[in-house]
Design a protein around this ligand. Sequence first.
Ligand code: HEM
Length: 472
Amino acid sequence: LQWVGSRRRSKLPPGPYPLPMIGNLVQLGTKPHQSLAHLAQIHGPIMSIKLGQVTTIVVSSPHMAKEVLQTHDRSFSDKAVPQAVHVHNHHNHSVAFLPVSPLWRHLRKISNQNLFSNNTLDSNQNLRRNKLHDLINDIHQSSLLGEAVDIGKAVFKTSINLLSNTMFSLDLVHSAGSVGDFKDLVVNIMEECGRPNLADFFPVLKIIDPQGIRSRNSVYAGKIIHTFRDLIHQRLKLREDQGLDSNNDMLNTLLNSQEMNQTMIQHLALTLFVAGTDTITSTLEWAMAELVQNEKAMSKAKQELEEIIGKGKPVEESDIAKLPYLQAVIKETFRLHPSVPFLVPRKANTNVEIGGYTIPKGAHVLVNVWAIGRNSSVWENAKVFSPERFLNTNIDVKGGNYELTPFGGGRRICLGLPLAMRMLYLMLGSLVNCFNWKLEEDGMNMNMNMEDKFGISLRKAEPVRVIPEKVM
Ligand code: HEM
């Protein structure tokens, strides 16, 4: 491994330079977002690290993020596809990993039309309302029993069933008990994709798969793909028996599309389910963790909800625009705990000059949004959870404010952003307005472990377990 430094006007890689801190090298494997943020404080907002045959550029300032995501979007719009994704030919089918190409455009368009456009989302609000009510009922049952709720599990069940209803018109997870299996598969996939893999840096190791990452991921992804394959077969049988498909869902549309075959549908579903469930779950876990420890923010959020929609009621999508404090809580959660801390790594498709450096063609480019969110020259009291900082600003998360880009930006911006935002507001607002919460251990909202765990996404290392009390 070579630390090749961050000198201005240098053509990268000019090194090698000695790595400044061995501790950081060790940490690179387990907490790369933190150690690279630390190195950025010393070496500036653009760094280059060469491991094996791969040069990785890490940018850590809003200005550099803008260079990558907007100014040179075209040059950085392909993805650096990890070996972990080379399973079941997923890299050749997934909208998240395909290079910008006619197939990628088609998959984005068909997903937008059927899932994410404002018209579609407005027309299937009822689905989300129903799944939200299931969530509130589950939590109400726990409150009657005085049981703690594992927020991650509860939210994961809601997210996955919401997606499975939109796509397949059914609940994929029925009981709280069966959430674990599917959640474990998704979490394992994210962890394997984020794990440093020697085969990504030394191509000669690709066949050997020395850490077993590809082979484990093949098993996890295979299980999910089989589930979707069975669902597609059941639907085809139904269409054959009944002569028509009365389900008004995404599967119906995809099966009718000349441009999609069954394999493409399975991989699209895998991409959307994995990308969409882990990110939403971890964001809500962090938001609840911050709120239960921050009495002032929690009571302000409750007060706003009570005034605008009424005490103890679930949030409706039409309420969202009237809830600035809730919106600020979500933004503040994204600032401190972006669920995809480096975005999905990009790959330079040509030599590009940014900020005085030449990024070589083929280099991997990471935008450290975690570091940007905690940078004290960008944010006042950067370490403090304070939703108020967003109350009188126009900063939003839609890819135009480079100090806050949890969904990325440019043409590869998160496809699921419009759905994600609706789900986050609905779930967080309703959890806050329908229940009072205290920590499981002793009710003292002081000592929650706020350590994170890096996969490709950043989750809480320990689950958030909190005891609900129904608001009457
Ligand atoms: C809190 C929620 C979410 C966060 C923070 C998030 C974040 C991200 C990020 C950072 C990227 C990479 C963007 C870039 O490289 O510029 C991405 C891509 C993507 N996301 Fe999300 N995401 C979320 C929810 C969802 C949901 C709900 C879905 C779908 C159901 C989804 C589907 C996708 C897809 C398909 C891509 C790949 C797009 C492409 O490469 O063209 N995401 N997301």
